[in-house]
Design a protein around this ligand. Sequence first.
Ligand code: FES
Ligand code: FES
Length: 246
Amino acid sequence: MQGRVARAFDAGWSLRQPAPFGARARVADSSDLLARALAILNEEVKLWQARRTADAWSGPILTESKADRKFKVARKAKAQSESPGDPAHIVSVRATVNGAVLSLSLDPRSSLLDVLREQLALTGTKKGCDHGQCGACTVHLDGRSVVSCLTLAVQADGRRVTTIEGLSPPGGALHPMQQAFIDYDALQCGYCTPGQIMAAVTCVSEGHATSPEQIRKYMSSNICRCGAYVGIVAAIQDAASKMHGA
Ligand code: FES
Ligand code: FES
């Protein structure tokens, strides 16, 4: 993890590699939404830690242990005590998503990725690892790339979210980066492509596309299991000249 953080700072990716929760809480000082979300998450962490402490066996879990059962019962009791409409567990968030101002009621624990996909049906943003490791879920928050699986939806309150669906106007020409990915055959299965394109756009707009080495470094947190990296770098170089010329 240390190495990843160091590389992130080295490449100026503080937003792409989210800081620990404590550090991120400072970003939302103006709102209590994040504090509420963190309080609920902390409760869950305590439950999980209690389960780990109670579970003496540290090897692979082949059968459900006593501690597992206790954990599940505690979670179920907690869930039952929270009615779905409990205002303590539903928050209102107002965000601009792909140009549309939306008011959302959501569980403060929801990730931005889940809200985009499950609540707003914006399924262009992909869920790969759900752990901040693959970059498939990259979207823009106020014009900066973030991994939406590690971004709480409440962090989008009052901010601008852009997904792959909002990168070019409906019915209009493709964004130069989208066109370049097609022209340079920079994909195979396409699963990583929305995240690659969103990251590639900020790679250029933030000035990290002046050489193939710089592009590779910036893009290294977006994994392509099909190995389309050569085409991706070529596409970014081509789009960079068009974006700068725009
Ligand atoms: S799904 Fe978010 S980084 Fe992999
Ligand atoms: S094109 Fe298949 S994972 Fe990248």
